[in-house]
Ligand binder design. Structure first.
Ligand SMILES: [Zn+2]
Length: 228
């Protein structure tokens, strides 16, 4: 069920800007109401296009053609105005500060339906379906390691590297991470962000073998799909 819940926290997308990214977040507050209150409070200056509740309800806060304010200082594939290029979705979850827990299947299924609809209407490639932590690795953890990116990818939303298929090269990790889209000012933070997304059981920030293989497998996938 979709519920109109308008937020004043948006402005115009710059003329000629394509919507080509999907950015996923968690709300990171104790209750859904607290999160909704914040996302429509003019003083907070934050918003998202949609909020997906744990019971699967979808709140519509900002029209898709407007620029919602969800990404903050961020970077992806050379872009710094991620808000201008993206649709932002918040998922109800208290987050790491207030009792982080699994995302419900009702919530995941609602998110997948919403995401597939967006992907059908905009030119959003799999590699441009990202988490807040991917685009702000030094500041953000959301939607976090409990978010099931593999399940999403299996439903056609985002990419998932095949197990252990990376063929190398094995060095120059910073270069490969930046080819994927990451900023690499702090390589440990970037590795953690990558792991939170693709290797959620080992968020070490270390460039271990499995991490290298996953990065390479993803590079192979991006190359094969030709999605720039
Ligand atoms: Zn966020």
């Amino acid at each position: 069920m979709n519920i109109d819940y308008p937020s004043p926290n948006f402005d115009e997308r710059p003329a000629g800007t394509d919507i080509d990214m999907l950015v996923l977040h968690y709300t990171g507050l104790k209750t859904l109401q607290e999160a909704l209150d914040r996302l429509i409070d003019p003083a907070s200056k934050v918003s998202a296009h949609y909020v997906v509740a744990e019971n699967g309800e979808i709140f519509c806060l900002v029209p898709e053609d407007k620029r919602a304010w969800h990404a903050g200082v961020s970077y992806w594939r050379g872009l710094t105005d991620v808000n201008a290029h993206s649709i932002g979705i918040e998922l109800e979850n208290p987050g790491h500060e207030f009792g982080y827990h699994n995302f419900s299947s009702l919530q995941m299924n609602a998110l997948i339906d919403l995401s597939r609809d967006l992907l059908s209407r905009y030119e959003i490639t799999g590699r441009n379906v990202v988490g807040h932590s991917d685009i702000a690795p030094r500041r953000k953890k959301d939607p976090g390691e409990l978010f099931d990116w593999k399940f999403m990818a299996n439903k056609g939303v985002g990419l998932w590297p095949a197990e252990n298929t990376g063929k190398g090269p094995w060095d120059d990790l910073e270069i490969w991470l930046s080819v994927l889209g990451y900023e690499t000012n702090n390589i440990t933070a970037t590795l953690r962000a990558f792991q939170r997304h693709y290797l959620p059981s080992s968020i070490s920030g270390q460039a271990d073998k499995i991490t290298r293989r996953s990065i390479n497998a993803l590079i192979d996938l991006v190359g094969e799909t030709g999605s720039n």
